[in-house]
Ligand binder design. Structure first.
Ligand code: NAP
Length: 267
């Protein structure tokens, strides 16, 4: 089996990454940074986002596992004290994988240029470069509302605990193949109206944003931000691709939510 290790880049994560690499090589696993079967990410959820995008072209062949060197993460749920146990599990046991849904983002342009296609593990957000963003929101090809406000966030179930949660979105279990649309500071008064609640769309529905004013937008996909000019439409849906995490012990999603946001102590 071939493996790679990605590090957050701080001293603690670098030392741990080096240890893991040496231990796995001691078990005669091959280090292959380009075509790994398993990627061990050391740092936090942010580090796993980088690893996901680094290996995005081989999601069907690569599984991820995350160790956190800071606070407990949703993707990075192993602690540094467990690395010997984890290394033995990777080297000795045929591991199970668990699959999570991803978000597909497709951007079309007025000038007819090649459309942009992206995958998000957490979410994509759309904001105006300048002033209020005004977008027509279509759901399943039908006009739903005209949104005015700071922006919109479309998240995956596993990303629902990240930016989406800060916007008042619901936390979705990652076994549900869905995407969630959450508003960023919508304008609501006697003249302008949006639904105001986060919307959860099933895998056979699409959400399309059509610019009403100004064709230039800042689009984030996880940690990546890009300016897109001359935008005609941005379409979101549950991707056909999925991300795979290597599972060596049970750590149920709701327990991770509890331990991350409520308390990691009993009681
Ligand atoms: P960052 O600003 O350095 O970190 C954002 C925080 O989000 C970190 O604490 C990170 O955890 C945490 N995080 C990432 N994925 C998560 C998940 N699925 N569930 C719960 N927490 C999660 O940015 P970054 O490390 O490059 O990560 C980019 C992400 O930041 C975006 O995908 C977005 O979700 C999030 N973000 C959140 C807000 C907000 O909450 N207001 C605003 C902008 C962006 P670690 O410390 O373990 O890495």
């Amino acid at each position: 089996m071939k493996f790679a290790v990605t590090s957050k880049g701080d001293q603690k994560s670098n030392i741990l990454s080096h240890k893991i690499r040496t231990y796995l090589q001691d078990f005669e696993l091959e280090y292959d940074e380009d075509q790994p079967d398993i990627v061990v990410s050391v740092g936090g959820d942010g580090t796993l986002l980088y690893a996901f995008h680094r290996y995005r072209s081989r999601l069907d062949k690569t599984a991820f596992v995350g160790i956190h060197t800071g606070h407990l993460g949703f993707y990075a749920d192993w602690v540094p004290e467990e690395i010997e146990k984890l290394v033995i599990a990777i080297a000795k046991t045929p591991y199970q994988t668990i699959e999570y849904p991803l978000l597909e983002v497709m951007i079309r342009y007025h000038h007819g240029g090649k459309e942009a296609w992206m995958l998000a593990l957490n979410e994509a957000t759309v904001k105006s470069v300048e002033g209020t963003m005004v977008m027509d929101v279509d759901i399943r090809g039908e006009h739903f509302e005209r949104f005015r406000g700071d922006g919109l966030c479309v998240s995956t179930p596993s990303g629902s605990t990240a930016y989406n949660k800060a916007l008042g979105g619901a936390i979705l279990h990652p076994s549900i193949p869905a995407i969630q649309l959450a508003e960023m500071a919508s304008i609501n008064n006697k003249v302008f109206r949006t639904i105001g609640s986060p919307l959860i769309l099933p895998s056979h529905h699409t959400c399309t944003l059509k610019p009403v004013s100004g064709p230039d937008f800042l689009v984030t996909v996880d940690h990546l931000t890009q300016l897109h000019k001359d935008v005609k439409a941005i379409q979101f849906r549950v991707a056909t691709e999925r991300v795979r995490f290597a599972r060596f012990r049970p750590f149920p999603f709701w327990k991770r939510v509890h331990d991350s946001f409520i308390s990691d102590e009993r009681g």
